[in-house]
Structure formats: structure tokens, C-alpha cells
Design a protein around this ligand. Structure first.
Ligand code: FES
Ligand SMILES: [Fe+2]
Length: 341
């Protein structure tokens, strides 16, 4: 069961062009393309004639022509032409169209009731598109439920184990504080005077650092992680420091697979292309480590979804995030109002 009346990242903005792009989102086939004025369109990726995927077709003007028998649909999903048919297309010949909103260099899609699609509800992932920030990232397909990825990002206790060789260090004594507010769960994780992680050693940081991570979850699957790293005092020079923000937007593909849109963003040295390439490479390396454990975890869960699990205090963030999602999903069931929290 997915939360429907929220915006999900469907694609990075620059993934969408004049050629149709097919993508499964929340178990629904969706096709994305741009009209001649540059605005993006999202339609059901299943022709109403014989259910061929429309992404196999061609954009003709602002419409999409099915690649099988040529039915043509306008941007609202109405069939406007049927080859060989004298007279107008049958009235019921149409596919669903989805509201979209292009912001922060992402294309967001609304999978629920179109009447409720409010652009003011688009999640704030602004560092991905803000000219004052350098951003680099991509879509990573992960064969795991999106909530497992949220758990992973909210509980950074795993970093010392999964990411030993990349972004991890022994910081298990870090303090953790939780703040749950209207529509968000926030954790602040502070590690003081711990061994510097390999990724910061590569940037020239000394042996020990302090690091604060502010992790914010917002429904349905967004997690931003703001990381401030300060080198411990070193004789003979000013200590180095760094401030980055990792954007993570998880969009369910199916119950067991996700589109994981990640980006490493920073507000310093933003024109330094070498540094951007460094952050892309190193972040991707770390997130592939997550992908590996998450996909293995999903397979293990599938063998026995009812197998018991145990909670410890470090799980507080993911428990609160899941609780918030459960309330929202319950709120969308018939007979409930939409939960505000
Ligand atoms: S399946 Fe699309 S036109 Fe026939
Ligand atoms: Fe991780």
C-alpha cells in the first residue's frame, strides 16, 4: 500500500526530453516526455487499444503516438487520432494523465487524486537546483522497498559497518537527539573527536574530526542529511571544515523495488568540477554499498516477511518515520480524512 496524495520524484529534469521515457511508479506504468514548449507530460504508459507501452511510440508535436497501431494521445491523455478510422476516436479511448511539477531540477509526479495536487506541497530539495550550490547525483535502481532505504538513511549507525572503507568511522558513541514535528522527523547525530573517515582523509583532513549530521525525513520518501565536518585542532594551520547536504528521494517502483534519486550537494567551491566529480564518485561508491546490503535484506525479508525483529534505541528515527507513514496511509483509506501529520 503506497501513499498516493503526495509528490514523488519521477525523474531528474534532464532525463526527460522529446523521446518518451517509460518508468514504473507505485506499480503504475508511466510515460514521460516534453512538449514543444519544454513543459513535461506524464501519461499512463499503457495504450488503451491493446495495452502496448506508449514509451515505445513517438512524440508527434505535443502528442504521443503509440508505436503499435498508431493511436495518438494528447497531453491530457485523450485519444485524438486513430489511423484508418473514419470519424473521431471512440469517446472512451484515453489514458490517464498525471499532474507534474518541475522544481529543484527534478520532475515531481502526483499519483493520487489530481484535484488534490498542490504545488505548495512539493518537498524542499532546493540544494539540488539552487545556483548557490553544486549538485551531483543520479537515479539508482534498488531492488528493495523504499522504506528500507529510508530506514537505512535515518539510522546512520550502519555507516561504521557498511561503509568502513568509504564514509564510515567508529562513531558508535555519537549522541542522538530526535525532533518530530508537523510532517517531519529530524535526528541530530553528533560525533566528537573520532577517527576521520576515508572520504575526508582523501580531502586532506587530519587524523581526527568532529562531525554533526542533521537527518530530516519528510513523507513519502525524502531524507536530507546535512553534514558538517570539522577537523580537530592541528598544530601549524587552521583546521579544515566542510559543509555538505545529501539529498535522497526514494520513489517506489513496486513493493520490492525503488527509484533512489540521490545527490551530493555543497555550498563551497561550487565551480570546482574536479571536486564535483570526486563527490559523485565517492558518494556513488558508498551508496552502492547500501544497495548491496539493502537488496540482500529484501531477499531475506521475502523468505519470511513475518520473521520477528528486535528494536534498539538507535532505531528511534526509522520507527518514528514508519509510524508517520502508517498514519498517513491509514488517513488515505476510504472513510478517513487525509491525516495532517
Ligand atoms: S496498442 Fe496502441 S495503438 Fe494498438
Ligand atoms: Fe549508507
Amino acid at each position: 500500500m503506497f501513499l498516493k496524495n503526495h509528490w514523488y520524484v519521477a525523474a531528474e529534469a534532464d532525463e526527460i526530453g522529446a523521446a518518451p521515457l517509460g518508468r514504473i511508479i507505485l506499480d503504475e506504468p508511466v510515460v514521460l516526455y516534453r512538449k514543444s514548449d519544454g513543459s513535461a507530460v506524464a501519461l499512463e504508459d499503457r495504450c488503451c487499444h491493446r495495452r502496448a507501452p506508449l514509451h515505445k511510440g513517438t512524440v508527434v508535436g505535443d502528442a504521443l503516438q503509440c508505436g503499435y497501431h498508431g493511436f495518438t494521445f494528447d497531453a491530457a491523455g485523450t485519444c485524438v487520432a486513430v489511423p484508418g478510422l473514419a470519424g473521431p476516436p471512440p469517446r472512451e479511448a484515453r489514458v490517464r494523465s498525471y499532474p507534474v511539477c518541475e522544481r529543484h531540477r527534478y520532475l515531481f509526479i502526483w499519483m493520487g487524486d489530481p484535484a488534490l495536487a498542490d504545488p505548495a506541497m512539493v518537498p524542499d530539495l532546493h540544494t539540488h537546483g539552487d545556483p548557490g550550490w553544486a549538485a551531483t547525483g543520479e537515479r539508482m535502481p534498488v531492488a528493495a522497498n523504499y522504506q528500507l532505504i529510508v530506514d537505512n538513511l535515518v539510522d546512520l549507525q550502519h555507516v561504521a559497518f557498511v561503509h568502513r572503507g568509504t564514509i564510515g568511522t567508529d562513531d558508535s558513541d555519537a549522541t542522538l537527539s530526535l525532533d518530530r514535528g508537523d510532517g517531519f522527523v529530524r535526528l541530530t547525530r553528533c560525533a566528537v573527536d573520532v577517527p576521520t573517515t576515508p572520504i575526508y582523509r582523501k580531502q586532506g583532513f587530519g587524523e581526527r574530526c568532529s562531525q554533526t549530521k542533521i537527518i530530516t525525513f519528510t513523507p513519502p520518501g525524502n531524507v536530507t542529511i546535512e553534514i558538517t565536518t570539522n577537523e580537530m585542532q592541528i598544530a601549524g594551520r587552521e583546521p579544515l571544515s566542510s559543509h555538505i547536504l545529501i539529498v535522497n528521494a526514494m520513489t517506489p517502483e513496486t513493493a520490492r523495488s525503488s527509484h533512489y534519486f540521490w545527490a551530493s550537494t555543497r555550498d563551497f567551491d561550487i565551480d570546482n568540477q574536479q571536486m564535483t566529480a570526486f563527490f559523485h564518485r565517492e558518494t556513488l561508491r558508498a551508496f552502492n554499498e547500501d544497495k548491496d546490503i539493502l537488496e540482500a535484506q529484501q531477499k531475506c525479508i521475502d523468505l519470511d516477511p513475518e520473521a520477528p525483529i528486535v528494536h534498539v534505541p538507535a532505531d528511534i528515527g526509522s520507527i518514528q518515520a514508519r509510524r508517520m507513514m502508517t498514519q498517513l496511509i491509514e488517513g488515505e483509506k476510504p472513510g478517513h480524512g487525509i491525516a495532517a501529520e
